[in-house]
Every structure is written in C-alpha cells, then in structure tokens.
Write a protein that binds this ligand. Structure first.
Ligand code: ADP
Length: 428
C-alpha cells in the first residue's frame, strides 16, 4: 500500500528524491511520467514517485500533468503528497512551482502548504525568505545565467507570489524555527488566519529541517527540495504511518561494459566536471549552431568510431557567454535542439551496444529518458548525495542510468560514477 505519493518536476530531481528515501530504508518506486492504467494492475511501493518534465513547460500543461499524476497516486491509496522541485527554486513569474502547488492544494482540499528548498550539503539555505547558494544570494550565483530559468531574485516570497493563482505567501523565519515546534505551529496558524497559505520556511541545517518536518507532517501536501522529504518520511515512520521495513533486495541485470556520458547541463559545477572528465576520456563538444545547420550525423559518426568500452562524453556544456551566443543566434530553440540531439544520440548509443549511461542536466535527462522510453526505474546505490544509479529497461533492453542535475557531485563525478557502478555489478 502506498503511503507517500511524490511528484517531481524533473527527472534528476526525482532520482535524487528516490535515492534519499531508498537510503532511509524505504521501498521506493520511481515512474517516468504517470503510468497508464490503474495502479491496482501493478505492484506499488510505500513511496511512489512520479517524475514529470514540467519545470519549464506551459503552466496549464504543468497543472494538467501534475493533476493526472496526483490522481494516479491517490488511486494507489496514498494520502500524503510531496511536490518536489529544485533547491534553487527554478521557475519564472509564470510558474511552475506555485501554479502546480495551487492546483494540487485545490484538488486535495489543502488549506496551507510550505515551501522548503533548503539543501544544506549543497549550500542551499534560506534566511529571512532569501535563498542562498553557498555564500551568495541566489541572484548573485551562477543560477542568474541559467538558460531556461534564470534566477534573478533571491526573495522567495517575491518569486512565488506571481506564480500563485490564488492565496498569498507568508514566511516562517529562522529565529521562529529556532524557537521550536510550538512557535512554528502558532505562526502557521496566524499566517493561515491572514490568508497566507503558501509559506516559505527558512532553514539552514538538517536540524532545522527535522523541526519543520515534525510540525508540518500532518499537511496533506508538502513542497520543497529533496532533503526535507527525508525527515518528513522519518516523522511518518515515527508516527507509524510509514513502515520501517527494509527494501527488497534488488535484481542486478547483466550489462555490457559499453558506457558514455551525455551532458547538456551548463551549471558552473558541470563545466568543471566536464573539463575534468575530458582529461581522461574521449570527448565531443556539441556546437549548437553547427548542430542547427548539420544535425547529428557527424556526432553519430564520431560515436560509432569510438571503442565501445572507452570512457567517452558528448557534451553541450558551455560557459554563460557561449550559451548567450547560441541563444542570440537560435533563440530558445537552442535548448530544445540540444535536448532532441541528446535523446537521438542516447538511442543511437543503445543501438551500438552501450548499456551504461550517465546523463547530466535535468532537462537533458528528461529528453534522454523519453527517447529511451524508460517507464520505471529501480533505485540502487548513490554515486554522490542525491545521484543514485538506477536499473531500468529501454524496451526489452536492460540498462543502468544515472541522472544528475547540473550542480551535484564533486569534480571527479563522472569517473566516480563508473567505479560505483562497477562495484554494484560485481555484487551479482
Ligand atoms: P541543469 O540541470 O544544469 O539545469 P538542464 O539540462 O536542466 O541542466 O538545462 C540546461 C539547458 O541548457 C538544456 O535545455 C540544454 O539543452 C541547454 N543547453 C545546453 N548547452 C547549451 C548551449 N551550449 N547553448 C544553449 N543552450 C544549451
């Protein structure tokens, strides 16, 4: 029986969430898109996560997708729900964080929800409603240059308010959080009485998150980054709502040794990781303007001429100046063009016999999993916090795939990925 139903706005975020809950000892199933048909026709787990790709689509489509996912999750029996988005609050004035929250609250009859992007180990903290990325305000961080959702305001109440179809934002500040559960509870009640039902909660540490989870666990809908979901599920466990049983032993498929990395992320960390990996691997850098002119043929040709077992990477990752140049020539089509190419190349790699994939970039991962027609993923060990290896099928072909959002992991992430997978495969 499913207890907690989660909806994630992108695929890397969904695997991050799945990895964390798996590590908490919970049975977790991750579905790519809302499954067709009734959940009763399939085995469901205590935690069901539906990964959508709705971060930057039209708000009405995001609402439609989220409500469809919610309905499926409700049909599993779930009564608690979690709306997961990026810890850097990736969104625009049009949405989709706030618009989806409003739709889910309406559907659930939820009177109030919280927004908790705090992610201490990745340096995302919230103070007085302002989001920080390590030592910088969000709006001073490299996120201000993001190709799709440039974050130029760090005040989350101001970011969220225009996204709300109805209701108002409120804040529970860090000093209030530090005064403990009773004060927070009262603050939430006061905010609610003043029509402030979309509440940003400050938080800088795991202990803050634990306090927040203890106060808010009864809300039918919680929203935030992946990290708050861990103390939240632990609170459900303490309340006896979620079982504390361990996950079933997973099946590890036989995979060949062919591997590749596809990186469409342009985050600052990703540029460092790609540059590091290219020192020890063969690499192909996609130039979006050339791609628009010539298509993927040259890249396919390059790929087919590489040793299948060799460390290899195809990347569009570039610095802010290069991204701005591509966008000035191609407009917003640049992003879509690259995503489509990444999907096509992943399929082609599969045809060449490659079975081990690391995909960097949330949108990129969405495009690749769609192209590979992956429907459900079984979660395995983490490469680094928030990035688990997963086993799944593309059609009938078993593959291993790790989906990584741009900013995760350390400099040697890609080398580390394949070392971890090797260790997992040895366990067979
Ligand atoms: P992240 O997780 O770092 O945000 P995403 O894949 O979600 O990464 O977003 C990066 C977006 O930028 C994708 O849509 C990708 O296609 C696009 N992109 C990647 N490289 C370039 C480039 N060189 N020029 C323009 N856009 C790019």
């Amino acid at each position: 029986m499913t207890i907690l139903g989660c909806i994630a706005d992108d695929f890397t975020g969904a695997t991050d969430l799945a990895g964390r809950l798996y590590n908490s000892g919970l049975s977790v199933s991750l579905r790519i898109g809302t499954p067709e048909g009734n959940p009763h026709s399939t085995t469901t787990q205590a935690v069901e996560i539906i990964a959508l790709k709705c971060r930057s689509i039209a708000p009405n489509q995001a609402i439609q997708q989220a409500l469809h996912a919610l309905k499926w999750l409700q049909d599993t029996g779930a009564e608690r729900f979690f709306w997961k988005y990026c810890s850097t609050f990736d969104s625009t004035d049009k949405g989709n964080i706030g618009v989806v929250s409003c739709a889910l609250m309406d559907a659930l009859g939820a009177e109030q929800t919280i927004y908790c992007p705090t992610f201490p180990e990745n340096g995302r903290t919230v103070f007085m409603g302002h989001l920080f990325v390590h030592h910088q305000l969000l709006s001073d961080s490299p996120m201000k240059h993001h190709p799709i959702t440039p974050m130029t305001n760090s005040n989350l109440q101001q970011v969220l308010q225009p996204q709300l179809a109805h209701g108002q934002t409120g804040l529970v500040s860090l000093p209030e959080i530090h005064q403990g559960e009773e004060v927070i509870c009262q603050k939430l009640i006061d905010l609610q009485a003043n029509g402030k039902n979309h509440v940003i909660v400050d938080g800088v540490s795991h202990s803050d998150l634990q306090t927040i989870a203890k106060v808010c666990w009864h809300m039918p809908l919680m929203t935030g980054g992946s990290v708050i979901a861990v103390p939240l599920s632990q609170t459900y466990q303490k309340q006896g709502i979620l079982p504390t049983t361990n996950v079933a032993k997973k099946q590890i498929p036989t995979l060949g040794t062919g591997k590749m990395v596809l990186s469409g992320s342009c985050s600052a960390m990703k540029q460092t990781q790609v540059m590091e990996y290219t020192k020890t691997s063969v690499s192909y850098q996609i130039d979006p303007i050339q791609l628009a002119k010539n298509g993927v043929q040259d890249i396919k040709h390059w790929l087919s001429s590489q040793d299948i077992d060799a460390d290899k990477i195809i990347y569009a990752t570039a610095d802010a100046q290069a991204v701005a140049h591509a966008q000035s020539v191609l407009g917003h089509a640049a992003a879509e063009l690259i995503e489509t190419a990444m999907g096509t190349l992943a399929r082609y790699a599969l045809d060449l016999g490659i079975r081990q994939f690391v995909i960097a970039g949330g949108e990129t991962a969405g495009a690749v999993t769609k192209a590979l027609d992956i429907k459900q993923m079984s979660i395995s060990e983490e490469i680094s916090h928030g990035v688990p290896w997963t086993f799944c099928h593309s059609g009938d072909t078993p593959i291993a795939i790790a989906l990584k959002s741009g900013n995760f992991g350390t400099t040697h992430f890609f080398n580390r990925s394949f070392e971890v997978l090797n260790d997992i495969l040895q366990q067979r």
